[in-house]
Write a protein that binds this ligand. Sequence first.
Ligand code: MTE
Ligand code: HPA
Ligand code: MOS
Length: 791
Amino acid sequence: MNMRVNIPVELDRLAVSNDRIPRPVVGEPAAGAASPHESASLHVSGEAVYTDDIPELRGTVYAALGLSAKPHARVLGMDLDAVRKAPGVIAVLTAKDIPGVNDCGPVLADDPILADGLVQYVGQPMFIVVAKSTEAARHAARLGKVDYEELPFLLTPKQAKDAHSGTTDELRLIQGDVQNALATAPVRLTGTFECGGQEQFYLEGQIAYAIPREKDGMLVQCSTQHPTEMQHAVSHALGWQRHQVEVECRRLGGGFGGKESQSAIFACLASICAQHLHRPVKLRADRDNDMMITGKRHGFYYEYDVGFDTDGRILGVKLDMTLHSGFSADLSEAVASRALAHFDNAYYIPAADIHTMCGKVNTQSATAFRGFGAPQGALITEVLIDRVARQLGKDPLDVRLLNLYGTDTRNVTPYGEVVEGNLLEPIMTELEASSDYRARRQAVQEFNAQSPILKKGLAMTPVKFGISFNVPAFNQAGALVHIYRDGSVLVNHGGIEMGQGLNTKVGQIVANTLGLDLECVRLTATDTYKVINTSATAASTGSDLNGKAAEDAALTLRNRLADFAARKYGGKADDVVFAWRQVSVNGKTLPFAQLVEEAYWDRVQLWSDGFYKTPDISWDKATSHGHPFYYYAFGAAVSEVVVDTLTGEWKLLRADILHDVGASINPAIDIGQIEGGYIQGTGWLTSEELVWRDDGRLMTHAPSTYKIPAISDCPRDFRVQLFKTRNHKDSVHHSKAVGEPPLVHGISVFNAINDAVSAVGNGKDSPNLLAPATPEAILNAVEELRERSAA
Ligand code: MTE
Ligand code: HPA
Ligand code: MOS
């Protein structure tokens, strides 16, 4: 599966775009500066504390899980004697030992913490062993003997669709007269398509460390994107009130959606054992168990019927999407909803009839993964546009440009939201020129004409990504800002730092508001005893929501300090200036710290909360219409690949990305997010393949068999630019969310591979390449297309 292709390209140095960004100077306005990540030096020195690094308390014991070996079966009996007798074992718990409710589902109550009489996938936790060491617990967990009565099972979304097996509500979006649009369309494409799922592959695996406290309390240190949900799940499982459970997390070694809901089973199990034994319990899944237990990105099965005019303009889309939901609902309905609101990607679609179903199958329960259904929605339309362009003998870029959303007309999405602040056309035009697309298209054609084996491919794709949780209520956040008497600032907010730089940005925002710099501001662990009732750090809204909440708190403090300064030194409070760690008031300048100390003696409150809720958003689930997104983030990518048509191996030669992050709060972090998102999206559509064996066992449950992109898979020529703009909406510092949208740029790589493969055919026919385009899939597509074109 290694992608080694010998190609005539110089091995020039990986272009590190961050090099070109000036570093901030102490005292300069903090927001907008390319400050390094607030934990960067800790990350590289190994000093950054992740959950497993927290010094353990005396008496800590360790847990491991016994997993189901069958995809669907009644459990007639479990013989756990050998487990109990294994060396070092302290306790073995099953479903009947759960004091509260045996469920940790985030939306529906269909996620047992431990299987109780019924198993629904290979890998489902059935019992938990606590021992003196992790090794002893893991060893003992393998000794359970289970008597199963096997039941019929399903594994693919197509099987679920045929069996009408769903986990949650089906969704439907109808706009315009699609029947008529299709019936009268001069060009029509009908058929099916599939894309696979994707493992989040966070570097830090799932882990929870539960510490019992006095008077029936529990502190849970765990790696999660959603501490409040963990607090809820743990209190529910223990039969407690929420105020008994404190969940704390300083940072994650990556989440990528995989720790939005599915950290719950670990938090609950560690807590159940800790309460049972009245001892601190740590549960850390190893990589294989993590991948066997937890859910992945949803694979999709699509049935489409799309009509175009003879120029390639889309007239109508009928689309049926079946999600690989797994055994339970988890967040699948929200994922389907986002797919439904992103199948249009960047294009105006006058008539649509879109249906989604969350296919219930006997595998891990699929969950959030960067993009949350949007990439799967966008993919199908991008693939079909490519196909119709080829059929019409046009450059796919021209068909794309023809279909882009307009600014005054052709600007309403199928779900009824007007695309305001549309930057698609200027971004596409600028990137087309800066990437030298037309000349390179010519060069690719010339290369392919004289190269029988190696074929190059080129593709440019846009993205439009809706920003806001598609559940309106989740779009709220809180923060606490403290100013100590020496002028140093402590910030706590409800968001989770998972490597994306949230704390750096929030720190910059607070520093900026108070005229300080990042060195004056410290961010603390997220904690359900501080800012409460928080939303997951997800939907790319982390800095939008928490940044605004922290800014709100900082503004309250600045106003209080300005009022005090004017009272003491004269002049108007509105004229007081906070900059360069100093305060200027009525012609006098004094250090910020001095003003703070003086304010303390005047009994000014030097800490504040802050709150933010996103305005102007709504969603009607019954009709799939509304205004779900506060704004859109835009971008475009050009990818060039070379494919070896004898082996199916390929190489990414060059990538050019122009992406809209509004007015960037931190260009270095934003460029990192764009590079990472693009490579992660590329991995999803190419090398990362999930294979479930016929008996339901996931075979790709370790890096030996599951291939995420490596540094050698990054393009040698990697050019990422931020589009110069500012958010037209009143977002924090007029920036835009950046976490997920760039993942969609990976589609340009899939289409570039398709483009290269199509060169073995007659030019009009498209390859039948499904995602992921592994070398095996590419080779099969090459052979199939050759035969089809020859016939
Ligand atoms: N970047 C890193 N380094 N690690 C992560 O886990 N998660 C992604 C994205 N970028 C992730 C990341 C996902 S799925 C989301 S929703 C956003 O970051 C969440 O953070 P934000 O809302 O603060 O951008
Ligand atoms: N993204 C991530 N998580 C979510 C969303 C979303 O849009 N909606 C509900 N949970
Ligand atoms: Mo990101 S998938 O919304 O955690």
